[in-house]
Structure formats: C-alpha cells, structure tokens
Design a protein around this ligand. Structure first.
Ligand code: IPM
Ligand code: MN
Length: 372
C-alpha cells in the first residue's frame, strides 16, 4: 500500500493535548490494521506565531498541499488578544480553509446512548439524535470585502464586515448537502435570514432552484436561522441535514454540539473539490476551541479529535472499516462509564484524564480487533 500522509497541526490550548491522543489512536491502527498512514507535525495559530511570527508559514502550507489530509487541534487564546487582526491565530486556520477551497464543513451531532443523560436537555429530546450541519466555510461574513476598522467622516471608528455570497458558492455547498442527505434520511433544512438580508434571499432562491433541477427526491425545507436556533433545542430530531452559511453555521454548530452532551464530542470535516480520482482532500478538526483554562492539565476530552481522525479515515483515506472501528470503540468506552470532566454531571466521581479515556478507547479497539 502506498504511504499516505497526514499533516497534524496541534495548534494552541488543549489542541496539543487532544491531537496527541488522536495520534496514539492512529499508531494503534497503523500497527494493527495496516493503514500505512504516516504523519508529520507542524505549528499552527498562536504556536506558529510564537515560533515563526505568522499564524501559519508558507512551508506548512506546502506540507499541507502534499498531504492527503490535515488534522487540526485548536487555535487561539487570550494570550493573543492584542495581536493585530491579520496575524491572529485564527487567521492560520482561515488561510488553510481558503487556500484549499474547503467550502463544505460537515459537523455531525450524534447523541451516543451512553450520554443521553449528560445533555442539558431532557433525555427524550436527544435520545437517538443523529443530525449533520453542513456549514459553508470559505465565504460570507468571514471573508467578505470590504472589511476593516475605518474612521468615519465624523472621526468615529467604524467596524465593517460584509456578508457576501455568489450563486456559485451557494449552489456548491447546497449540492454537497443534498448529496449527503441522499445517503441519509433524505431531508435538508436550509437556514438563513432571507427576511432581512439580500444574501439570505439569494441563498434561499439558489437552494430552491438547485433542488428543483437536481434533487426533487430530497425533502427541502427553509427556516430563518433564529427560528432554527430555537428549533434545535425544542425538537432537534426534526432535522436530518441542515445547510447554512459560514457565520450561522459557526453558531448553530456550537449549539448542536451541546445537544450531544458536551462540546468535547463533536468532530468536523472540511472538504473541498474532488480530484480526478474522486479523492477528497480535507481538513479535520474538533468543533471545540482551545479551552486555554484547562490546557496542558490532562483533563481535556480527546473524543472530538479522535472522531475527527475517524472522519479523516473515512473521507480522505477511504478507510471506512477503520473509521467505524474507532467510532464503535469510542461508544464502548463511554458505555463502560469512562468520562472526562466535561462529561460528568456531578463532581463526586473522579473524572478520567485525557490519557485514561484514550486508554479505554484503545482497549476497546483491541477487543474489537480480537473479536473480528
Ligand atoms: C470553528 C471555530 C473557528 C471559526 C475559529 C477558531 C476561527 O470557532 O471552527 O467553529 O470561527 O470558524
Ligand atoms: Mn466555532
């Protein structure tokens, strides 16, 4: 099997804590399932800023270009609050997303049975939850020009960002969502603010036009994003695939993460175009942030990062069996009661450390493997 390359960018805060555990998982898979995925580690975000003066170096960009997939930990933190905007840690991640044109960000929110009681919502609301948010990732408010902090005629400051979407940008992410829904329960809900924003009105019109043309077999509904936020906590199981813009997708996916019990559970995949062989290049990262308050203390939940590795195995390396094995091992470890601190309701029991919960996942992997 040809050697395949994963570039790992641990980044800041708990990023290094959780990517280290994803790599332990990959080591295990390489040794036992013959995956031949090699990896290489580089700086991103604040770590790159400290070491090289920029949030991502050109060299790292080149290494990413040569890799088959990139696994990111997390970026940012209060230490960089005073850094000028174009050098902020987040810009490293935004450059990766933009330069590789990773326009579709897939954020599955699945409530594992073992965590039903962990959610802040009632068990019957979240039991069996399995939804996906498809967030547009390379346009909209995050990238729209003009942007900046300017001085007005009266000498006051003006902060400006632009919500901008072309019909092509809307159509390609909508197509991605419809295709995903075809392999699931066949339903897409598109969220925008077509009632107040022109970009939202165009979004709705383009999604509708594509649906009519190519996806009449899919059930399409539309919601204003504010209503969507409310519906996500009222009755999240009404959804299958949600497709939405960059900013709404950022907000709604944090909300969806909490339905699953903890922000520490949600993986994500950012995917661009397929190459001639149908292969996707992707960037895989937990939805959670850098959580600087608990960084380096051994208490971060590595599951979102381990599940992001599973998504890389599935989407970038086409190793479905390995991906499923990892996902099942995570469920087994949770079912056996292993919990990091974020997954515990009361403070009486002792929480598992980042390493201990990974040990439990590796043990479950080992057992799966023996049994197969
Ligand atoms: C996310 C994060 C990023 C975003 C930050 C770190 C730039 O919050 O991936 O959801 O806003 O997209
Ligand atoms: Mn976010």
């Amino acid at each position: 099997m040809p050697l395949r390359q994963l570039l790992v960018l641990p980044g800041d805060g708990i990023g290094p804590d959780v990517t280290a555990q994803a790599l332990r998982t990959l080591d295990w898979l390489n040794a036992h399932m013959d995956l031949s995925i090699s990896y290489d580690i580089a700086d991103l975000g604040g770590a790159a800023l400290d070491a090289h003066g920029v949030p991502v170096t050109d060299d790292t960009m080149d290494r990413a270009r040569r890799a088959h997939a990139v696994l990111v930990g997390a970026v940012g933190g209060p230490a960089y609050d005073a850094v000028p905007f174009d050098l902020r840690p987040e810009q490293g991640l935004l450059r990766l997303r933009a330069e590789f044109d990773l326009y579709a960000n897939v954020r599955p929110a699945i409530c594992f049975d073992a965590l039903v009681d962990q959610s802040t919502l009632k068990p019957e609301i979240v039991r069996g939850l399995d939804i996906v948010i498809v967030r547009e990732l390379t346009s909209g408010l995050y990238y729209g020009e003009p942007r900046g902090i300017f001085e007005s005629e009266t000498g006051r400051k003006v902060g400006l960002n632009t919500q901008r979407y072309t019909s092509e940008e809307i159509e390609r992410v909508a197509r991605f969502a419809f295709e995903l829904a075809r392999n699931r329960r066949g339903r897409v809900c598109s969220m925008e603010k077509a009632n107040v924003m022109e970009a939202g009105a165009l979004w709705r019109a383009e999604v509708e036009a594509l649906h009519r043309k190519e996806f009449a077999d899919i059930e399409l509904t539309h919601m204003y994003a504010d209503n969507g936020a409310m519906q996500l906590v009222r009755d999240p199981k009404q959804f299958d695939v949600i497709v939405t813009d960059n900013m709404f997708g950022d907000i709604l996916s944090d909300e969806a993460a909490m339905l699953t019990g903890s922000l520490g559970m949600l993986p994500s995949a950012s995917i661009g175009k397929r190459d001639a062989n149908g292969k996707w290049f992707g960037l895989f990262e937990p939805v959670h942030g850098s959580a600087p308050d608990i960084a380096g203390q051994g208490m971060a939940n590595p599951i979102a990062c381990i599940l992001s590795l599973a998504m890389a195995l599935r989407y970038a390396f086409r190793e479905d069996r390995a991906a499923e094995t990892v996902e099942r091992a995570v469920q087994t470890a949770l079912a056996r009661g292993h919990r990091t601190r974020d997954l515990m309701r009361d403070g009486t029991a002792r929480a598992a450390t980042t390493i201990e919960i990974t040990d439990a996942i590796l043990k479950a992997l080992e057992e799966e493997f023996q049994a197969a």
